[in-house]
Write a protein that binds this ligand. Structure first.
Ligand SMILES: Nc1nc2c(ncn2[C@@H]2O[C@H](COP(=O)(O)OP(=O)(O)OP(=O)(O)O)[C@@H](O)[C@H]2O)c(=O)[nH]1
Ligand SMILES: [Mg+2]
Length: 322
């Protein structure tokens, strides 16, 4: 390919993406998500334009009301004339590459507003991993000039913990009436919550959930000194959404005041850099060993003709040198 021409293409697609053109945005996100040719050049060029958006992660168990809350928050920010990008990470959806049906229908009315851009990802097992792809898609949205990026993810596994780690602010959504709900929440999720939402507060047991959270909070002080507030919502009626937005703004202000935003970002990048390095190194090593060769080596180790420790050392020592 002609490098000068492709560079020109890249510059013009970045210019239209940054002017707010939704189709260029969609195309760029697809390129990054699918790791299409040129994806890394695209990200390299976009990165300097990113870093302005407020990234808010919302996580909680299936059916907790995440999409309903995201929907209301998006409306709230639109009223403030802020543009919104939504990433719905849906690890269980059978509709690959698309939103689950309920989300689709509910969010359809936003499609007429170019100030809200919604993207669903069902990319588990895809190249680069869900967390990394979500991070890259966030960078694209950020560089496109979206003021607020809302990431919805089901809080179950490590991937989801990694995803919320890329957020500036993480909202953990709990619901009453799930027995020992709080106790069963993964410690990791507990640690990452900057704000707790008790949604479905119209159901019995909201006070109990609140007491349990307070109980857990009393056991450990966060290293940044922040005590995550608890917000009660009834998302299906839009109740408490303004309180949630206020809590988010409150934490933003705290981050600014304590000069924590940069610190948090450094922490996130430390993790992400290691992950990116791991991916690149692994790719390099794998490129050196064909599947047949790997099969053969596995056979030799299984047959105890070779020890795996020496083998791995030998492979690692030559990786990337050719
Ligand atoms: N009673 C009540 N129902 C709610 C409330 N919030 C949401 N719901 C309902 O709960 C159901 C699930 O809401 P969603 O917003 O799709 O939940 P979600 O967490 O996005 O679900 P998944 O993405 O499938 O994990 C919907 O039928 C909502 O209408 C609430 O505060 N009270
Ligand atoms: Mg949802």
């Amino acid at each position: 390919m002609n490098t000068a021409a492709s560079n020109h293409d890249l510059q013009s697609s970045i210019a239209s993406l940054r002017s707010g053109d939704v189709r260029s945005l969609a195309r760029a996100i697809s390129a990054v998500e699918n790791r299409s040719p040129g994806w890394s050049n695209l990200l390299k060029a976009l990165f300097p334009h990113s870093g302005r958006a407020r990234v808010i992660g919302l996580t909680g168990s299936p059916g907790a009301g995440k999409s309903t809350l995201v929907d209301h928050l998006a409306r709230f920010y639109r009223k403030e004339k802020r543009t919104v990008g939504i990433i719905a990470v849906d690890p269980t959806s059978p509709y690959t590459g698309g939103a689950i049906l309920g989300d689709r229908i509910r969010m359809q009315e936003h499609f007429s507003d170019p100030g809200i851009y919604i993207r669903s990802m069902a990319t588990r097992g895809s190249l680069g991993g869900l967390a990394r792809t979500t991070a890259d898609v966030t960078t694209v949205l950020d560089a496109s000039g979206r003021d607020v990026i809302l990431i919805e993810t089901v809080g179950v596994g490590q991937d989801e913990v990694d995803i919320v780690r890329l957020a500036d602010i993480t909202v953990v959504i709990l619901v009453p009436g799930m027995g020992d709900d709080v106790q069963t929440i993964k410690a990791g999720i507990m640690e990452i919550a900057d704000i707790f939402v008790i949604n479905k507060s119209d159901h019995d047991g909201a006070e109990r959930v609140e007491r349990e959270i307070r109980g857990l909070q009393s056991l450990a002080v966060r290293h940044d000194g922040w005590t995550p507030p608890i917000v009660n919502t009834v998302a299906s009626q839009g109740t408490g959404v303004e309180d949630l937005a206020a809590a988010i703004a409150g934490y933003e202000a705290y981050l600014q005041k304590e000069n924590l935003a940069l610190k948090k970002s450094v922490e996130n990048w430390r993790e992400r850099l290691v992950e990116m390095l791991r991916d690149v190194m692994l790719e390099k090593v794998r490129a050196q060993i064909s599947d047949e060769r790997l099969e053969q080596l596995a056979g030799e180790v299984a047959g105890h003709k070779r020890d795996p420790y020496t083998l791995v050392e030998e492979i690692a020592a030559t990786a990337g040198s050719t």
